[in-house]
Design a protein around this ligand. Sequence first.
Ligand SMILES: NC(=O)c1ccc[n+]([C@@H]2O[C@H](COP(=O)([O-])OP(=O)(O)OC[C@H]3O[C@@H](n4cnc5c(N)ncnc54)[C@H](O)[C@@H]3O)[C@@H](O)[C@H]2O)c1
Length: 404
Amino acid sequence: VSVQSIGVDLSGDRAYEVRVGSGALRGVAQSTREIVGDRASRVFVVVDSGVPASHFDRLSQELSGYGFSVHSCALTPSEQMKSIETFQKVLVELGSSGHSRVDPVIALGGGVVGDIAGFVAASFQRGVPVIQCPTTLLSMVDASVGGKTGVNLRLADEGGGSKVLKNMVGAFHQPKLVVADVDVLESLDERYRRAGLAECIKHGMIAQGVQEQQGGSDHGGLLDWMIANIEGVVGFEPDVLSELVGRNTALKAKVVVSDELESTDARAGGRMLLNFGHTFGHAIETIAGLSPDATRPELAPLHHGEAVGLGMVCACRAASSVGLCDQSVGDELVELLRRVGLPSRVGGLPDSDEIVERMMRDKKAAGGALRVILPVGRGKCEIVIDPSVSILCDGIDSIRAEKH
Ligand SMILES: NC(=O)c1ccc[n+]([C@@H]2O[C@H](COP(=O)([O-])OP(=O)(O)OC[C@H]3O[C@@H](n4cnc5c(N)ncnc54)[C@H](O)[C@@H]3O)[C@@H](O)[C@H]2O)c1
């Protein structure tokens, strides 16, 4: 067992530890008991059906060993089931189990399970303790740290159909502990591994700016570290993987502590910088029929990380088209995406105007201006509010497979 500890240094009792490394899950039961104290008698585990059962079985046995009566509910994640209905179903099961205010919830799963379990914990009796045990690379480096929880909201649209607004209903509810056991990633499929790497690249693309604003440790070197260790990163070599997760959670923790509620609109950005690639990415992700490989249409639709990778390319190209950053920032990104097996172009995109309209529509539905995160240098991004349609279109045009 080799585990490192990263502090999320929020004030008061909202500070917590992120534990990263091989075998880290083995300490969860004991830590849970230490965190919640002797008054807690039950624990409710929301478990991802994709996680091999042996992990839940061991966790559950260990929790029993620390005097908890263990209740659980299994979810099969998708963006469709990340809904108010699933939220309600889990709440009902939690309530039926006799859960009290002092009893903890544990999320054992990917980002979908973590977001739902976190929101359930935020809401039940106005908040019970939650411990996040992320089991995908994406949820380790991104979703489990920072206290954002929630579900998607389905709305009727003008055409008589419906549209889904991602993560539109939720709450900030910081976990009491995050445990990222990289051994659990062994069973994660190749495509989800790459999706997680997209978020790591995203962190690299903002890391220099975060370092300059926040000072402190060596976050600025994240992009260089990834490039220097690319073979180990792509091969998911255990030691490299632990370091990758550790460096990325440390960066995420730093950004979260600087702007916990994502409330700054300053150009240099706070938590919103973590949306780099996401505004374009969300608009692309929801287009049916897009495949990450033009020769393999059966791989459609795009996964979140694939769309984020493409979204980051759009942002780089949009920025360099108006001289905000050098073309080399986008070139380096495209090369990095290629090395990790993520697409930087996609076939079958609709007109760019239409995609920009989707970006705007989502913002209008959420009642806000369009904020896009654009690079202003290597490893450095800024918030741009309501950029012109033409630079957004330039960005989108740059990822069309048909052009080349
Ligand atoms: N709260 C936040 O700050 C935040 C940040 C980023 C993303 N998110 C959310 O995270 C979600 C995406 O998370 P994700 O990429 O983890 O996807 P996911 O939760 O859908 O999981 C992906 C797949 O991997 C399976 N899986 C999970 N762990 C596994 C394991 N160890 N072995 C084998 N299979 C496993 C799951 O069953 C699922 O099929 C999105 O809904 C996104 O909105 C939240």
